[in-house]
Design a protein around this ligand. Structure first.
Ligand SMILES: [Zn+2]
Length: 431
């Protein structure tokens, strides 16, 4: 999604992802003899994994491995767009048009952002179309018709344009006011932006794309609220999101601050999973909430942004010293230099992929551990891991898992569940 890369700092907010545990469609039960009282977790894990037919596995491997390349293509495309806009002086032309329209400099940066976002949105459309529409249909992950997808993409672009315009107006006002310390104030602004994004996205942005309705079926709702109550989550309602319009993946989240806490699950999860599986997924999401993963993610991102701006402070002035006159960019306070800033952050983010994935994977592992103790459904945890395996490689090599996996692999998740099951923890008065 190159549009997201445009607003890189905002895109980072997606890290917190309102903690979605996406899964895949698979109503098919897997009636296999998994021993109930297990003593060998490794063998039990193998037995679960062997329930997936080889052709299904090959298909999911191909889908997931395609994603490795997409990381590279997205980065190269972003870099190419940044360099194209700079070297053709398109960037300075947009800035000059903005300067003719108004004398007020922050508004100039806002107008620049609109031109920049539109050009970038158009240039990155082919890859977004392939990634978000063609590929999803090729692998049976979506039934959405083209026009529905296209109009939602336009909506997303509009939102990105508005956010980018406001952000650049403020950011360039900061850069113009702080000569040497711009990178420190840029960091502060980035952190504030992420925090606002985390709080506002579930409330303001998500309802633009999907409808939230209260879940009324007590057979599903009450066990979810029981789990919430047992884990000190102040929610009295569960919402269903109509995401089957866009995708076949299952997802859920627990979001908001005290008083606005909201538990939501999508209709795919409701329709494709059994109650034990739903409890397991919801317990995972509750784990993110109870373990403060939103704050933890923001803390990691803050460090990431701080180091990124530190690098930018070193690299930006050097590059502009050499190329500034050819590109028509005068310095950091000149909005026409924004593509260079984006290029620096995109490169840094790309190089850091294994690190950010490892941080994300460890956070997800914590939520898994929380879930298995809260829901106490090791077999359902294994089933959910297999369903996720529809579009995530189930058995990657350790190096692959380290570099590319932002969630533990199916094998790791099933192994955790089987370790838990083999431990046969006493349950006290539970029965
Ligand atoms: Zn998660």
């Amino acid at each position: 999604m190159s549009v997201r890369l445009l607003i890189f700092v905002i895109a980072l907010a997606c890290f917190s992802e309102t903690s979605s545990a996406q899964g895949a469609p698979s109503p098919s039960p897997r009636p296999v003899a998994i021993p109930t009282g297990i003593t060998d977790p490794a063998a039990a894990t193998r037995a679960w994994l062997d329930t997936i037919p080889p052709d299904e596995k090959a298909r999911s491997d191909a889908y997931f491995e395609g994603g490795y390349w997409l990381i590279l293509w997205n980065f190269l495309l972003t870099a190419a767009i940044a360099l194209l806009i700079l070297t053709t002086r398109l960037s300075t032309r947009i800035r000059d048009v903005a300067a003719r329209l108004t004398k007020f400099r922050p508004i100039q940066a806002g107008i620049y952002a609109i031109g920049f976002a539109l050009i970038t949105g158009i240039l990155s459309f082919p890859l977004n179309f392939y990634e978000g529409f063609v590929r999803e249909h090729q692998y049976g992950m979506s039934n959405q018709i083209f026009w529905a997808w296209f109009s939602e993409s336009l909506n997303a672009l509009e939102i990105a344009v508005v956010i980018l315009a406001i952000s650049l107006a403020i950011l360039y006002r900061i850069f113009q006011a702080t000569e040497r310390t711009w990178w420190i104030w840029g960091t502060v602004f980035g952190i504030i932006l992420i925090t606002i994004g985390n709080i506002a996205a579930p409330v303001l942005i998500e309802p633009i794309f999907n409808k939230y309705t209260p879940l009324t079926d007590p057979k599903i709702r009450d066990p979810i609220l029981d789990l919430a109550r047992a884990n000190q989550i102040p929610a009295t309602q569960v919402f269903v999101v109509d995401q089957s319009r866009q995708t076949k993946r299952v997802s859920a989240n627990v979001s908001g601050l005290a008083g606005t806490t909201r538990i939501a699950l999508n209709d795919n999860l409701l329709n494709q999973c059994t109650l034990p599986e739903i409890r397991e997924v919801m317990a995972h999401e509750m784990g993110h909430y109870v373990l403060n993963h939103g704050a933890k993610g923001t803390a990691f991102l803050s460090i990431f942004i701080f180091v990124g701006f530190g690098l930018a402070a070193i690299i930006f002035n050097r590059v502009i010293g050499k190329r500034g006159s050819a590109w028509g960019v005068t310095g950091i306070a000149d909005p026409a230099g924004f593509p260079l800033l984006m290029l620096i952050f995109a490169t840094y983010g790309f190089v850091l992929t294994p690190i950010s994935n490892t941080i994300g994977r460890n956070i997800e592992r914590e939520a898994d551990a929380f879930a298995i103790n809260a829901a106490r459904e090791p077999d359902a945890a294994a089933m959910v891991a297999l369903k996720l395996g529809k579009y995530r490689k189930l058995e990657p090599s350790p190096l692959e898992e380290f570099i590319f996996f932002d969630h533990p692999s199916g094998r790791s998740r099933i192994r955790m569940a089987m370790d838990w099951k083999a431990a046969q923890l006493p349950c006290g008065e539970v029965k």
